[in-house]
Design a protein around this ligand. Structure first.
Ligand SMILES: C[S@@+](CC[C@H](N)C(=O)[O-])C[C@H]1O[C@@H](n2cnc3c(N)ncnc32)[C@H](O)[C@@H]1O
Length: 239
């Protein structure tokens, strides 16, 4: 199975690999050809990002100024770690600039996340599990995050509506996580696949956040149903 990210593979070695892929399916060949032509894949190799998705977060953050030095950030579905690379730089969690307050970055994934200076990773953890929420409360300074990011995606089943629904359910579970760790005024950025249940997610977010925007960064492929909700000004629900 091809990984969505071509991990640190050079352009030429990818080309060589492609030539060796005579046994691969037509879909896999098409995927590889698209990767090789993609300017964001090339740029991620050049800038040493683990994955092209880094550019989606860079673009969103450049426009909406989400990440600040000193922030505590939880990165859900963090593997292989490209978003965390961006966050580490922007919140100064590697402490590279002594003039700025150091932030905190915690990444979680079902898969292994290769280590990264300035980030603490919870590999083999499910974001939707209450036991993961408890671990986050222990690890975060004062048990609180300024921002929850989610680029999570379930393994594709091949049934579009079913996959969309699974991703929406995962995003809805982030509101439970927010209730435990997100500080008032905090932000949530989450990926979803557009479909009939997207409105339900947006309504849920609007019930606990002051504003919710729909984003489609340029780095997100035009032909994909991928979208992001950026929800800001969190207010804890009154029970
Ligand atoms: C598109 S990738 C994320 C790429 C990442 N943002 C980056 O820049 O490197 C989606 C990830 O979501 C993870 N994922 C899916 N369901 C999850 C869950 N319930 N808990 C934690 N991670 C999950 C997958 O294992 C996968 O690694």
């Amino acid at each position: 199975m091809w990984s969505v990210c071509l991990l640190r593979r050079s352009f030429h070695s990818s080309l060589r690999l492609m030539k060796q892929q005579k046994g691969r399916s037509a879909a896999e060949q098409r995927w590889m050809t698209r990767q090789l032509k993609d300017p964001y894949v090339k740029a991620s190799h050049k800038l040493n990002f683990r994955c092209r998705s880094a550019f989606k977060l860079l673009e969103i953050d450049d426009k909406f100024r989400l990440l600040h030095p000193g922030d505590s950030v939880v990165d859900c579905g963090a593997a292989p770690g490209a978003w965390s690379q961006v966050v580490v730089q922007r919140v100064n969690s590697a402490g590279t600039d002594p003039e700025l307050p150091p932030g905190t970055v915690i990444g979680i994934d079902l898969l292994n996340i290769p280590s990264l200076d300035g980030a603490h990773f919870l590999s083999s953890h499910d974001v939707t599990e209450p036991s993961t929420h408890s671990k986050l409360q222990e690890l975060l300074p004062r048990g609180r995050a300024h921002i929850i990011l989610s680029d999570m995606a379930p393994n594709a089943s091949g049934f579009r509506e079913m996959d969309q629904e699974r991703l929406i359910m995962m995003c809805l579970s982030l509101t439970d996580l927010a209730e435990k760790i997100l500080q008032p005024g905090g932000s949530l950025l989450c990926k979803y696949w557009d479909g009939i249940l997207a409105q339900k997610l947006q309504d849920k977010l609007l019930s606990v956040f002051g504003s919710v925007r729909t984003l489609k960064p340029n780095a997100s492929r035009k032909d994909s149903a991928e979208r992001y909700f950026l929800a800001r000004m969190y207010r804890k629900p009154v029970k």
